[in-house]
Design a protein around this ligand. Structure first.
Ligand SMILES: Cc1cc2nc3c(=O)[nH]c(=O)nc-3n(C[C@H](O)[C@H](O)[C@H](O)COP(=O)(O)O)c2cc1C
Length: 162
């Protein structure tokens, strides 16, 4: 029964499923802003849509949402430090992070593996999160390497069989 699902068990079971790690960025009031997001997913090719889930209590998302756009920057397995810097926010992580405005104005981080610049297509309530869908306006593949992987609260990298 849905109302009997234990929170610890939910985290333990769902924590067995890996995700990549992205920085979803925006530039509200001319200031760069970012959220570390693992729930990024490709949604549709025609029209070109991507999406992610963000907690309804996020303080950063409403600021990015107010700009009408966002940019998804895909982290490489060399960038767990960047993820931690933006997650922990000791000091100003942007002081150490090179970026340039994507066509939407949202920060594009050239050191990342890929950047996906979007206008906000739809925001749908999803329990204690909202599901944000973006219409892709501009794509750039800016780096070589393997993606950062997040599993059970730990970072790792992709290993190919054989
Ligand atoms: C690897 C990793 C993945 C994360 N993925 C998500 C996610 O998909 N959705 C989300 O709402 N928060 C996610 N978080 C937590 C957010 O980065 C952030 O700490 C939290 O939403 C607070 O946001 P705020 O600064 O906007 O209040 C993740 C954190 C880490 C370290």
């Amino acid at each position: 029964m849905a109302d009997q699902i234990d929170g610890d068990l939910y985290r333990k079971v769902l924590g067995r499923y890996p995700t990549g790690v992205t920085l979803v960025t925006g530039c509200p009031d001319g200031e760069p802003a970012a959220i570390v997001i693992g729930s990024f997913v490709s949604v549709s090719m025609d029209p070109p849509l991507v999406g992610f889930l963000v907690g309804e209590d996020s303080s950063t998302w409403p600021r990015i949402e107010s700009t009408g756009s966002f940019c998804v920057n895909v982290l490489s397995d060399q960038q767990s430090g960047l993820s931690n810097a933006f997650f922990r926010r000791d000091g100003d992580p942007w002081a150490e992070t090179g970026w340039e405005p994507a066509p939407s104005g949202s920060p594009l981080i050239p050191a990342c593996l890929a950047s996906i610049d979007c206008s906000i297509h739809e925001v749908v309530d999803a329990g204690d999160h909202v599901f944000v869908m973006g219409l892709i306006e501009h794509l750039s593949h800016v780096g070589e390497g393997s993606p950062l992987v997040f599993l059970g609260g730990r970072y790792g990298s992709f290993t190919e069989f054989g």
